[in-house]
Design a protein around this ligand. Sequence first.
Ligand SMILES: NC(=O)c1ccc[n+]([C@@H]2O[C@H](COP(=O)([O-])OP(=O)(O)OC[C@H]3O[C@@H](n4cnc5c(N)ncnc54)[C@H](O)[C@@H]3O)[C@@H](O)[C@H]2O)c1
Length: 291
Amino acid sequence: MSNIASVVVVGSGTMGHGIAQVCAHAGLRVTLTDVSDAVVGKGKASIEKSLAKMQEKGRVTAEQAQATLAAITLSTDPIAASASADLIVEAVPERMELKLDLVKKVSEAAPAHAIVATNTSSLSVTEIAGVAKDPSRVVGLHFFNPVPVMELLEIVRAMQTSDEVIDRARSFATQIAKKPIVVKDAPGFATSRLGVILGCEAIRMLESGVASAEDIDAAMELGYRHPMGPLKLTDLVGLDVRLMILDHLHKELGEQFRPPSLLRQMVRAGRLGRKSGRGFYDYTSANETKK
Ligand SMILES: NC(=O)c1ccc[n+]([C@@H]2O[C@H](COP(=O)([O-])OP(=O)(O)OC[C@H]3O[C@@H](n4cnc5c(N)ncnc54)[C@H](O)[C@@H]3O)[C@@H](O)[C@H]2O)c1
């Protein structure tokens, strides 16, 4: 038993709004928080859009969509919301100082039984746990994008995480209809470490003119049966998110993770992928053409 009935999600961006949606869909009470009413309102609008799409496809009924929305409360105060939570999941940008500050504060506000989880893609969960009031209650809950669609939940065990918290995290995964794997806290865990190296190599190939973005993606989609090519996937994840992960893995694991200069330039130019309308592909027109 996870004993989780109420969840606080901190950050309502690409991941946070999806995490809030799957938890609410599973019948949990959710508080979704962000830095301002406007930003958290955008998160809620993304949930409404996603539910409308799911309804069109017959994956949820109108009643289920309504109940999911009704279970979500919006807030700009994650600390106050954490005081009555069973689980707090942070999904703020991939910057260590931000995560440390937040985890310290929410863990001090949370009840003693609450689990404090980070959705980090690559940062040290052990370091994050180190600042918590009770480090044994901190765990990595690494969701995948888009959260309502992707089946995996990668549970990351920090050096301090208790067995009880790992058991509850596994039950929570089942509760929200995800398949859990448990991995040791190591840079990039199992998923990001393998995923970003493929994306990184694809960008280097594009940079050196080996093939077009479409052909590189088609190579992996048609030749290796990947559901989405590595450049399209980078556009979906966000180029800024991938750059932050690569910078970290480069520091921790070495040269093979050095970010390609094309990626850094595109981030500087604001070409962050789907969320900004342009990345390796153009999402501003009906036809998604290459940049
Ligand atoms: N994008 C992906 O595909 C993906 C997949 C798995 C994990 N992750 C991880 O999830 C985390 C979030 O990534 P994202 O892509 O959703 O980022 P994002 O930039 O889309 O969203 C982050 C949100 O956090 C908010 N925020 C910033 N500081 C805050 C604070 N102090 N309190 C409350 N909200 C705050 C921002 O306003 C923003 O809305 C990162 O650690 C990332 O590595 C991302």
